[in-house]
Design a protein around this ligand. Structure first.
Ligand code: ADP
Length: 629
């Protein structure tokens, strides 16, 4: 009997095999452990059921058409089965579009989806009434066959073509977003469905293969994108990406918080240290001077801590920028020696300096960060040495156009136990606390040094004998810009000593200083006094702006963040207008004092830059540039 059936309905044999395909795919689908709420999987399931029903429909169709009664409900049923295949195809394609949407970031347009559902509803209505109206087709029995009705084209082809085109459009538009496996899987499915739907009509229905091809497509899609191991991998990947995103944004939030906090702390510190400097400068009373000196020491070390924390959080957020620029080695060495000498003198330590005078002077590198590291190590050497000496050596060897630069800092201090040597480079890695308790510090300095040296492609190492002394070595390669030895410049060391600088005489000049913080104004005014210029201060940004409209100044120093008008806004307005201060040099005075910040201000049009807390020498340096004698 089966044999009879098969030989009789040979043209549906492909579709029968397709049913097996579909059943296998669907049972695989049900066997896997799904992730709840996995959207693509749910839609895939609906699509699979549609294709199964579509194929079943194709198989049943010739059987029922064969047995079609002349009239009544039976006839209606048989004709309905015959036309329902249009319905399954449309719905399967509709689900395929939704499935594709989930692989792209195409935000399904609501009205488009509703329109497509409407089209399906209307087509379905026509299908259901077709046995009565014959709008789709009329069936005249096996011999005479079909006659197409007036709506055949619209209902039979239009939705399928529209849905197919939409799928293809999505695929092409979002091609770049798809993984290779998704590209291949989805395209094969589109092609398979399309092939089945065109070949069958082309063969005039002699072969029934639409369901078979759709099932092939389904199977390919299943193997490509819906097997549980692949889905598991993808969902693990998605979870990992999400976790990474959360971690990155948390880290960013942390760094921003720390950066803001440091900024907020630095601004009042500016005032405290500045006023303290004024006390040191003006007071004649020994007791007061000694208090002020203590305050300066603690203030400076608080500032170091703030800066270290800020720098470490920056490095951890990957935001510290290394800027390689030409610099003079003599200048760097001189700055370091000058600072260290003062501190060593205050502790009555011998400070020996030895610089290889054949080293080239013109180098390219990040002088600021390198200086920060060496300064930190020199400060430590002085800090952890009670008596004896600190020795600072600068040596190097030339290889091609690279200088292998070596800084060595040796001291006769307390030394570090061998088991502690590793720890000194870790965050908060303070060691030997019984002996060190009285020495101020956080244990951040060396950890920061090591991190910076890694960024600079260099290394920092330590050798130490407990109770005898320590030697820190900092090594890195620097590009040589010009082979001219440092020797010549030794005589000029003094030139770079910042404190030997004085204001150029600015008598009869008028400077305007604007800051919303009265303390800062006082500090700036006191520093600027020795230039001889007339110093006008203003703490209201709006008043300051109107002053700039009315009077000509020789130099304007602006704070950045002020209520109502910020420094940069004032500058932009002045420069945009045609007032008398259009050409006046403007200096920004701000606690945002990284190299990147500085560059940003100069790009905004500022002519000079002074970091907060204001250091007298930095102010002198910045202001002198604009005093033309
Ligand atoms: P801090 O100096 O703020 O404590 P550092 O990170 O600079 O932090 O140093 C970490 C620790 O390494 C110090 O607390 C100290 O115990 C040890 N150390 C650093 N330099 C020296 C030195 N020259 N001699 C002895 N111990 C040192």
């Amino acid at each position: 009997m089966i044999l009879d059936f098969v030989t009789k309905y040979v043209k549906i044999s492909y579709e029968i095999s397709a049913i097996f395909f579909d059943l296998v795919a669907i049972s695989f689908m049900h066997m896997k452990i799904w992730e709840k709420g996995e959207k693509t999987t749910k839609v895939f399931r609906y699509m699979a059921y549609c294709i199964l029903l579509w194929t079943l429909n194709e198989v049943i169709n010739p059987v029922v058409m064969d047995k079609i009664p002349d009239a009544g409900l039976g006839r209606y049923f048989c004709l309905l089965v015959d036309s329902l295949q249009f319905f399954w195809g449309d719905v399967a394609l509709f689900f395929f579009i939704i499935y594709l949407e989930n692989y792209t970031d195409f935000k399904s347009i609501k009205w488009l989806r509703q329109l497509y559902i409407m089209i399906i509803v209307v087509a379905t209505a026509v299908i259901f009434i077709n046995p009565i109206t014959g709008w789709l087709f009329t069936y005249y029995g096996l011999d005479e066959g079909y006659e197409k009705g007036p709506l055949y084209g619209i209902v039979g082809y239009f939705p399928a073509i529209l849905f197919g085109a939409t799928a293809l459009y999505l695929y092409v538009t979002y091609f770049k977003q798809l993984l290779m496996r998704e590209r291949v899987g989805l395209l094969s499915t589109i092609l398979m469905i399309f092939a089945g739907a065109t070949i069958q009509p082309a063969l005039n229905g002699r072969l029934k293969i639409t369901g078979l091809f759709a099932s092939y497509g389904l199977f390919i899609l299943y193997l490509a994108l819906e097997t549980s191991d692949y889905l598991g991998r993808m969902s693990a990947k998605a979870k990992l990406e999400e976790a990474q995103e959360i971690a990155a944004s948390a880290n960013k939030a942390k760094s921003t918080f720390i950066a803001n906090m440091s900024h907020e702390i630095r601004t009042p510190m500016n005032a405290i240290l500045g006023i303290n400097d004024l006390i040191l400068k003006d007071s004649k009373e020994e007791k007061i001077i000694s208090y002020a000196k203590d305050m300066k020491r603690s203030g400076d070390s608080l500032l170091t801590i703030i800066n270290d924390v800020l720098d470490i959080s920056k490095i951890e957020a990957g935001k510290m920028e290394i800027q390689n620029r030409p610099y003079h080695l003599s200048e760097l060495v001189d700055e370091l020696v000058y600072d260290a000498q003062e501190k060593a003198k205050a502790k009555r330590l011998d400070f020996h300096v030895s610089v290889d005078e054949n080293l080239p002077n013109y180098l390219v590198g990040d002088k600021e960060h390198l200086g920060q590291v060496v300064r930190n190590v020199l400060d430590n050497a002085i800090k952890f040495t009670r008596r004896g000496y600190v020795r600072f050596e600068v040596n190097g060897g030339i290889r091609g156009d690279l200088l292998h630069l070596v800084f060595m800092v040796a001291d006769s201090g307390i030394g570090i136990k061998e088991e502690d040597l590793e720890k000194v480079f870790t965050n908060f890695g303070r060691v030997d606390m019984e002996r060190n308790r009285s020495i101020e510090g956080t244990g951040l300095g060396l950890s920061l040094c090591q991190k910076i040296m890694t960024l600079l492609d260099g290394i920092i190492t330590v050798n130490s004998e407990y109770g005898v002394g320590s030697t820190f070595t900092i090594e890195l390669d620097q590009y040589i810009e010009k082979f001219e030895s440092i020797q010549k410049f030794r005589r000029e060391y003094g030139r770079f000593n910042p404190m030997t600088q004085k204001f150029k005489s600015a008598e009869k000049r008028k400077f305007l200083v604007v800051d919303d913080n009265e303390m800062n104004l006082k500090v700036a005014e006191a520093f600027l006094e020795s230039s001889g210029a007339e110093i006008i201060t203003e703490n209201d940004s709006v008043v300051a702006f109107s002053m700039l409209q009315k009077e000509k100044y020789d130099l304007v120093i602006l704070d950045d963040l002020m209520p109502r008008l910020t420094g940069p806004t004032i500058l932009t307005r002045v420069r945009r207008g045609n007032g008398m201060n259009k050409e006046t040099p403007f200096i920004i005075m701000t606690a945002n004092s990284t190299e990147t910040d500085k560059k940003g201000y100069l790009e905004k049009g500022f002519d000079g830059f002074v970091g907060k807390p204001i250091k007298e020498e930095k102010l002198i340096e910045a202001v002198n540039n604009f005093i033309v004698s």
